[in-house]
Write a protein that binds this ligand. Structure first.
Ligand SMILES: C[S@@+](CC[C@H](N)C(=O)[O-])C[C@H]1O[C@@H](n2cnc3c(N)ncnc32)[C@H](O)[C@@H]1O
Length: 387
């Protein structure tokens, strides 16, 4: 059945209304499966809270007791100080936003990608688990006069199916965008505890209400688990020695700041070359604290059920662990046939949901690399839902 534009707009208004209503609820959402590391899931597993209202002050937004500078002075605002979106043109080309299309942006961040989707006339449901990001992006998009076709929800993207299920929706999405990892703002903000270059609490939670911080992991996990974490998520050859040192030091005094951890790591891995010795240790902790690989797998496993035929999934990743998961998932679900040595002939793949839009990962052009060095490690993979 052809859905006309007025019907679509009316439907989107209903979804907005429904989501607005949810702000006053606590929605219970089941936990994602975790097979690794003995820490509890972020708060979203116990009861996701949907974004509340953040009053706006002149030049800043208050979230809890903190004040976030708002750089957008109106429609001209670029949000560039908060976060420069990577592969922007490539994302637009992949998702082909236009009026009548509904796109889920699972990682709103500074709102740069969402702004482009809205400008092209699409409707967007945008999620972020970080209330600061939501408040910032909502204000930015409002200032740009682009919030009419936008719904924002504070939610871990692993739980997007529960959100759509609650709304009684089926395979309604024309696009899903995941630009995973942290924003420049999160890294640059010492208070969030992501960076070994900034003083701050040893935190690293994208969702500040999540129960597990980096300090909890460093101070309470068994040495063996820390060693495994640094090896598997950090690919740090000295991970075992770092874990041993941390276990010995925390017996004397618990770690509370990023600086303490970075300084302790340097005693085991001496500084050589431009990369800080604690880089991989911090990366591993961040991935674990936010269960970044687990939530990515959950979202990928669900995506095909919510995309319309012809709808597209676009995922940007920033390190090889994530990119491998995306690449293998899309490859497994885009091969029409599977073959096994014990079979006389290949058989049809019952789980072939996608057509790969490009076989190789899309990377930044030289121009983008010059403008935004952070785009260096970005890899975009795109697949289209088969009928
Ligand atoms: C790389 S930034 C996205 C930037 C955004 N595309 C833009 O144009 O500004 C990643 C954002 O996604 C959020 N995020 C990361 N993982 C998430 C998850 N599992 N669920 C919800 N938000 C997540 C982070 O809090 C951060 O704000």
């Amino acid at each position: 059945m052809m859905v006309t534009a007025p019907v679509f707009h009316q439907w989107f208004r209903q979804v907005r209304q429904w989501l607005g209503h949810l702000r006053h609820w606590e929605v219970r959402i089941p936990a994602v499966d975790r097979t690794c590391f003995p820490m509890p899931m972020p708060a979203a597993s116990g009861g996701a809270s949907f974004s509340g209202f953040f009053p706006v002050c002149a030049g800043s937004i208050r979230v809890d007791s903190r004040s976030i500078p708002v750089e957008t002075g109106g429609a001209q605002g670029t949000g560039a100080r908060y976060h420069i979106p990577v592969l922007e043109e490539e994302v637009v080309a992949a998702l082909e936003p236009q009026p009548g299309k509904l796109i889920l942006d699972g990682t709103l961040g500074g709102g740069g990608h969402t702004l482009r989707l809205l400008e092209a006339g699409a409707q967007v449901v945008a999620l972020d688990q970080d209330p600061e990001a939501l408040a910032f992006a909502r204000q930015r998009l409002k200032d740009a006069g682009m919030d009419e076709n936008l719904v924002t929800v504070r939610l871990n993207f692993a739980f997007f199916p529960a959100l759509l299920e609650e709304a009684g929706l089926g395979a309604v999405l024309d696009g899903i965008l995941l630009d995973i990892g942290v924003s420049s703002h999160q890294v640059d903000c010492g208070e969030r505890g992501f960076s070994f270059q900034k003083q701050g609490p040893l935190d690293m939670r994208m969702d500040p209400d999540a129960p597990l911080s980096a300090a909890d992991a460093v101070n309470t996990w068994p040495e063996e688990e820390l060693a495994r974490l640094f090896y598997e998520y950090g690919e740090e050859p000295a991970g075992r020695r770092v874990a041993k040192m941390l276990a010995a030091r925390r017996a004397e005094r618990l770690f509370t700041t990023t600086e303490e951890l970075a300084e302790a790591v340097v005693t085991v891995i001496p500084k050589r070359g431009p990369t800080h010795p604690a880089t991989k240790i911090f990366q591993a902790l961040r991935i674990a604290v936010n269960d970044e690989l687990g939530v990515l797998r959950s979202a990928l496993n669900a995506a095909h059920r919510w995309l319309k035929p012809g709808g597209r999934l676009a995922v940007i990743s920033f390190h090889s662990l994530e990119d491998r998961i995306v690449k293998q998932h899309l490859r497994r679900h885009s091969e029409p046939e599977i073959d096994r040595p014990e079979w006389p002939a290949p058989r049809p793949n019952p789980e072939c949901y996608y057509r790969l839009v490009s076989r190789r990962a899309i990377v930044a052009t030289d121009g983008e690399l010059a403008r935004n060095p952070r785009s260096r490690s970005a890899r975009l993979r795109v697949a289209e839902r088969l009928p």
